[in-house]
Write a protein that binds this ligand. Structure first.
Ligand code: ZN
Length: 312
């Protein structure tokens, strides 16, 4: 996202960074942040590159809860769901980061050939570029949200057509081996941005797990002929995330739920599960909405409009 940080003077940025040193920017639990803090999280601070600047490095694969495992990188999130009838993979990632995910799956003692269904967060290359490659490796069908089909059809790495084996609609479920995931259309970041939810049992309790698609307002919000209802879609998405039952918030980028910090905390305190962060979806949605509101107000002002009301 191109934001005002670029225009901020070095001095102001320094002050902001100093200020944030005391703020819970990299806390484990999700905390409400201002638009500036969320932008800074994505852009980064000296010595701590943000989401948009950070390079993918191999991350330790690990169990999150029940049959759900983290097999992503330090930046981009891929998830493996184990079932007695084979596994579900959510997000293949870039083609160049797929070897990291494959290594993570194997390090956990699982097999790539056991993947039976490939799902995705949204039609951007950092999450779904390797769909064709992983389908070639596994033969697993790629199931995608209807509204992301046009963007996915344009994603053809190395000339490979994007596999689209089943088209999903808002509220559809995907089931395998006793595991069921619901696909929720949470659009705005892309027209088919998909939040995945499931109930997962672990040690006698059941948890509402939510893999949030992402709420970054990266593009044109007004007068956008390619995406005329983008603002409405974002409002619907924030409303959904504010109310969805959410014991375990997860996302498509590690910064969406502090994956790296929660993993570190789990390693330091065996027996605890910091990924249980009840209400975290609402918190992160609020963070995204704050950034969205600033971007929308700026774009409306630039277009000569009055700006959105506070309730927007
Ligand atoms: Zn994206």
């Amino acid at each position: 996202m191109s934001i005002s940080i670029k225009m901020t003077s070095k001095l102001a940025l320094g002050a902001m960074v100093a200020c944030l040193a005391a703020a819970p920017l990299f806390a484990q639990k999700l905390v409400p942040m201002t638009a500036e803090e969320t932008n800074l999280r994505n852009i980064g601070t000296p010595g701590h590159p943000g989401n948009n600047a950070a390079m993918d490095e191999p991350a330790p694969p690990h169990k999150i809860i029940g049959n759900l495992y983290y097999v992503g990188t330090t930046v981009h999130c891929n998830y493996l769901i184990l079932t007695p009838q084979g596994d579900i993979l959510i997000n293949t990632g870039y083609e160049h980061t797929w070897p990291m995910t494959q290594a993570s799956i194997e390090k956990l003692g699982f097999k790539v050939s056991d993947i039976k269904i490939i799902l995705g967060s949204h039609a951007h290359v950092d999450h779904q570029e390797a769909d064709a490659m992983v389908k070639q490796l596994t033969g697993a069908p790629v199931e995608v949200m209807d509204k992301d089909v046009p963007l996915l059809q344009k994603m053809t790495p190395g000339g490979k057509p994007h596999p689209i084996d089943k088209i999903l609609h808002d509220g559809d479920t995907v089931s395998l081996g006793g595991s069921t995931w619901a696909a929720h259309l949470t659009a705005g970041h892309t027209p088919g941005c998909t939040t995945w939810t499931s109930k997962i049992a672990d040690a006698g309790k059941t948890y509402d797990v939510v893999i949030m698609c992402g709420g970054g307002a990266a593009g044109k919000l007004i007068n956008n002929p390619e995406y005329p209802n983008v603002v409405e879609d974002f409002h619907h998405t924030f409303a959904f995330l504010n109310t969805v039952p959410c014991d375990i918030p997860l996302g498509s980028h590690t910064d969406h739920y502090n994956e790296n910090e929660k993993y570190e905390a789990m390693e330091k305190n065996p027996g605890t599960n910091p990924f249980i962060d009840k209400g975290g979806c609402k918190v992160e949605s609020g963070n995204w909405e704050a950034v969205f509101n600033v971007a929308l107000a700026k774009q409306m002002k630039a277009a000569g409009g009055a700006g959105p009301s506070a309730s927007n």
